[in-house]
Design a protein around this ligand. Structure first.
Ligand code: HEC
Ligand code: HEC
Length: 559
């Protein structure tokens, strides 16, 4: 059986009985299951190395994509349970070290960011025409495997050649400056040389991590601190229990609060930890979205950080950090994050874990000008503080102490809101709903004080946090004379959530154009935090581009 992948290189070793002859190096496959399900095509040698499989490493999602592609293109027949087990084995034993996984973490965390690959813009131009650059950054391979990968592309996806493999700047247009190179090599040859050098199979990081790797013990209570754009900070607790039959598998129960929205959420889930640190979970909630959980466990196992996001709309998600609860009280946040010096009496909500049973006002130190006069509604994870703000309290942030526990920059005293800011400054949404899913965009308005130097936009500016209630509107971003995008691109709802219009040609629009376009998203604040009208409303705006759907989505992630 000779299976050839485009480019002419043998994809798999061909002779089982005599023992395959495989390249030097390579990671032996010790899983009988992987030999059983993959070994019909990927032959093994005496050291139990397998063709192709032993010469690459990637994330759980990377292995999942490869196996899915084996099913779709190479007629692999595999039971779902065996596929899950193969991913689990390969992601752990042919995986990435924590340091290696950092660069492409945005891919697995499904962050919609504009990634710019500074190390080699030309490789980015060659490799991210059709899919995210993150898919590339999460691979480690031998030179030969990088070559076979591009041969596979040219065999299965002949368009790759015109879409950048043979020429440099195919699309013209703005993009990173590329030296077309007169070294006689094509763009894809230069990319392969670069990738083999910076993303090799053998690395010091992997040698060190794989020697040290073990199943992490994560059971116990964790304090949750999170942030969701447009919804503000999130505080709560997650209890993790280990599955007695599978120590890398965990069950979770979470409780958390969005103080800016006065919303309380409970959530339960399961997770699997790959490679000793890559948490992949799913959770559901009666009050909230079902989430995929992609988190990284720190080396000392004191912190688990990453993202919970909706599977359907990747762009909705919470940045999450879990901190292990120890014997000391842990203070995680104060809400609201800023108080006006003119406020007199204010109520602050305090969040944490393992808070002392009887917090008394005198034990809570908020620094000069802020005096805690009463504590109410106390539990081990939250309390309500009555605070008197002295009229002469100085502008600036304050640390909070309870005994020896501290939270730096817990709350900021200000005298005036100098400006608003809408983030992201440049938003992106994609029409959808007919043939492709819509991609929403979420905006939030933050308040700023100019800081001691009195100048806007300098390093000493004080961030006063998200403003939960501003007025949102959309205005035309005039590019042409009779621009009418505002009427077609979609609607901006409550809390700055933009829902794009449906995809496809619109007969109501001149030229039956698609519902794409450019608009300004505008936030207006008419009243101050105490409810009184401002002398002059504050306004800020962000640019929103509503564009066509993404035709190749990122691969599915999950377990
Ligand atoms: C029915 C035959 C068949 C089976 C079974 C099979 N593969 Fe493959 N595999 C191929 C062929 C053919 C290629 C080369 C063409 C390609 O890359 O699609 C390949 C290529 C690969 C590559 C290289 C892809 C790359 O990204 O460069 C990997 C890794 C791989 N297989 C993993 C697996 C794993 C893991 C299994 C078992 C879960 C498996 N294969 C089962 C036929 C098979
Ligand atoms: C012409 C479009 C195109 C270009 C250009 C392209 N890719 Fe791909 N790539 C694909 C498609 C299509 C797939 C398979 C899609 C899937 O399985 O989701 C793929 C899959 C992959 C995979 C996963 C392989 C596996 O085992 O499933 C890797 C890694 C990859 N590409 C890397 C690269 C690199 C490196 C470059 C630049 C040298 C590149 N791609 C350029 C279209 C492209």
């Amino acid at each position: 059986m000779a299976v050839l992948a485009g480019g002419g290189a043998p994809a798999v070793a061909q002779d089982a009985s005599s023992g395959a002859v495989l390249p030097d190096g390579g990671i032996p496959v010790t899983s009988d299951l992987v030999h059983r399900v993959c070994g019909t095509c990927h032959r093994a040698d005496e050291q139990r190395r397998m063709s192709r499989i032993s010469y690459q490493r990637t994330t759980p999602e990377g292995w999942q994509q490869t196996i899915r592609r084996m099913v779709l293109l190479n007629d692999l027949q595999i039971e779902p349970a065996d596929a899950r087990e193969a991913v689990r084995y390969l992601a752990t034993n042919h995986g990435l070290a924590p340091e290696e996984a950092r660069l492409g973490a945005f891919e697995v965390e499904r962050r919609n960011i504009d990634f710019y690959y500074e190390a080699d813009p030309e490789t980015q131009q060659t490799c991210n025409r059709c899919h995210s650059m993150g898919r590339v950054l999460n691979q480690r391979r031998t030179l030969e495997e990088w070559e076979l990968l591009t041969a596979m592309h040219r065999g299965y996806y002949p368009l790759a050649d015109v879409q950048g493999f043979l020429v440099g700047d195919w699309l013209g247009g703005p993009g990173p400056e590329v030296d077309d190179g007169d070294d006689g090599r094509t763009a894809v040859e230069r990319a392969v040389a670069h990738l083999a050098e910076v993303f090799p199979l053998d690395s010091a990081e992997w040698a060190s991590w794989s020697a040290n790797m073990r199943t992490p013990r994560l059971e116990g209570a964790w304090a949750l601190v999170g942030y969701e754009r447009g919804q503000g900070p999130v505080y709560g607790e997650v209890v993790v229990e280990a599955d007695p039959s599978a120590p890398d598998q965990f069950e979770t129960r979470a409780r958390y609060t969005y103080p800016a929205r006065d919303v309380n959420v409970t959530r339960t889930g399961q997770a699997l930890v790959y490679t000793g640190y890559q948490w992949r979970g799913r959770s559901t909630s009666p009050e909230h979205f079902s989430a995929r959980e992609v988190l990284f466990v720190s080396r000392d196992r004191d912190e688990i950080a990453g993202r919970w996001f909706t599977g359907a709309y990747d762009e909705r998600g919470i940045d999450v950090t879990l901190r292990r609860v120890g014997p000391e009280p842990l203070i995680t946040g104060v809400y609201p994050p800023a108080v006006s010096a003119a406020a007199g009496e204010v109520t602050l909500r305090l969040f944490g874990a393992n808070l002392p049973d009887e917090l008394d006002a005198a034990s809570i130190d908020l620094g000069a000008g802020l005096t805690v006069t009463g504590v109410g509604g106390q539990s081990s994870t939250a309390a309500t503080l009555q605070v008197t703000v002295a009229p002469d309290a100085r502008v600036g942030s304050r640390d909070l102490f309870i005994g020896r526990s501290a939270l730096t920059e817990a709350v900021t005293v200000y005298d005036e809101i100098h400006r608003l800011e809408v983030t992201p400054a440049t938003g992106l949404a994609r029409v959808g709903g007919a043939a492709f899913p819509k991609q929403f965009e979420r905006f939030e308005a933050r308040a700023w004080h100019d800081g001691p130097d009195g100048e806007s936009g300098t390093d000493d500016d004080l961030d006063l946090g998200m403003l939960p209630d501003v007025d949102w509107s959309v205005e035309e971003y005039a590019v042409t004379f009779d621009d009418d995008d505002v009427a077609f691109v979609g609607t901006l709802g409550e809390h700055g959530v933009f829902e794009p219009a449906v995809d496809g040609p619109n007969p109501e629009r001149s030229g039956e154009r698609n519902n794409v376009g450019d608009v300004w998203v505008v936030a207006t604040l008419a009243t101050g935090p105490d409810g009184s009208a401002l002398d002059r409303p504050l306004r800020a705006r962000a640019h929103l581009l509503v564009t066509v759907p993404l035709y190749i989505r990122r691969g599915e992630s999950g377990q």
